[in-house]
Design a protein around this ligand. Structure first.
Ligand code: AVJ
Length: 326
């Protein structure tokens, strides 16, 4: 625990958590068929910078669409929630959150920001950049994996607004997603709200380029997960021998990113003493990014015990923010 007058950080992850979780994920994911690697390992320093670059690409609309909605609706969100606390899951740089913090400051209710992230450094940097601009705000950061540790959230002044932005809910498989929505609902009290960002189903001619851009930034982002494994687990993936693949799975209603071996690949992961032989053309699934119909968002929130009170999209109807409560 770290405490200054305005910053308090709870650490729920042991120092070796990331290393242990990566080892377990790589062993499990590369042993199963089809082979998989979870998307959370994209985001080292290089991968986080590449993701920031993705958000500026002409083809990648979700970030701009979500920001447009927040710009238009932040005051309505502040009015409807009257939130004293904003709890943000996967807060990263907390950049879009400022639109909400500004509106809640104008609303006169904001007292506390509770960012939840696996990176203590990201939390500290984000908090320090907020203090100058929000003189009355206290920050209670939580270093945790939000898919596992929602029950460890600190007590905070109500009403609370929990926010999960970016469409990251789409990275979870449907069963994980249902459990996660239920977990968020269980951590809310009557009068609290959930603000959820969901990318919407649209033509594959728009969806696929958003995950396979002309400049090749998403391809570099995708391959970076192999560089992370090479560095962290002393592996010898030939990163450039893998082709970036993005496909729309119409049955599952998700974008799937894969890495496809160009020629047979014999990989040795020294820290695991694991050998992986990939055939020519064999693929590793590295991410699913589910897209939603409005009905599906409502139905899944409803199943989790959350009722949608407001639904907003960007002008082009590409992305949605829902405000729900229990
Ligand atoms: C950060 C999970 C919302 O799924 O669109 C961007 C990640 N992957 N391009 C998404 C991502 C490829 C992004 N999320």
């Amino acid at each position: 625990m770290t405490t200054t007058a305005r910053l308090h950080i709870d650490v729920h992850l042991p120092a070796d958590h990331a290393q242990r979780a990566l080892r377990a994920d790589v062993i499990a994911g590369l042993s199963e068929r089809p082979r998989t690697l979870p998307p959370k390992w994209f985001y080292d320093k290089v991968g986080s910078d590449l993701f920031t670059e993705i958000t500026r690409l002409p083809e990648y609309y979700p970030t701009r669409a979500e920001r447009e909605i927040l710009q238009q609706r932040a005051d309505a969100i502040a009015f409807h929630t009257g939130a004293a606390t904003v709890i943000e899951l996967g807060s990263g740089s907390s950049e879009k959150t400022r639109l909400l913090l500004d509106a809640l400051t104008r609303n006169g209710t904001l007292r506390r920001y509770v960012p939840v992230d696996v990176s203590a450094d990201a939390l500290t940097d984000a908090a320090n950049s907020l203090f100058g601009d929000y003189p009355n705000l206290t920050v209670h950061g939580v270093v945790a994996d939000f898919t596992e540790h929602l029950h460890l959230l600190p007590d905070s002044p109500g009403p609370r607004l929990m926010v999960f932005l970016g469409g990251t809910i789409g990275n979870l498989e449907p069963t994980e997603r249902a459990a996660f929505l239920r977990g968020m609902r269980d951590s809310l009290r009557p009068g609290d709200h959930l603000l959820l960002g969901t990318d919407l189903v649209k033509s594959p001619s728009v969806l696929v380029p958003a995950y396979d851009d002309a400049a090749g930034v998403t391809a570099r982002f995708n391959r970076n997960v192999l560089a992370v494994i090479n560095r962290e687990l002393d592996a010898d993936f030939d990163v450039d021998a893998f082709e970036h693949v993005a496909i729309w799975d119409d049955r599952e209603q998700w974008i799937e990113m894969r890495l496809r071996a160009r020629g047979p690949q014999n990989v040795y992961i020294a820290d695991l003493d694991l050998r992986v032989a990939l055939a020519d053309g064999e693929e590793i699934r590295t991410e699913i990014s589910a897209k939603f119909t409005p009905d599906r968002v409502r139905a899944e929130l409803g199943t989790a015990g959350l009722g949608v009170r407001h639904w907003w999209t960007d002008t082009a109807g590409r992305f949605a923010l829902s405000l729900s409560g229990r």
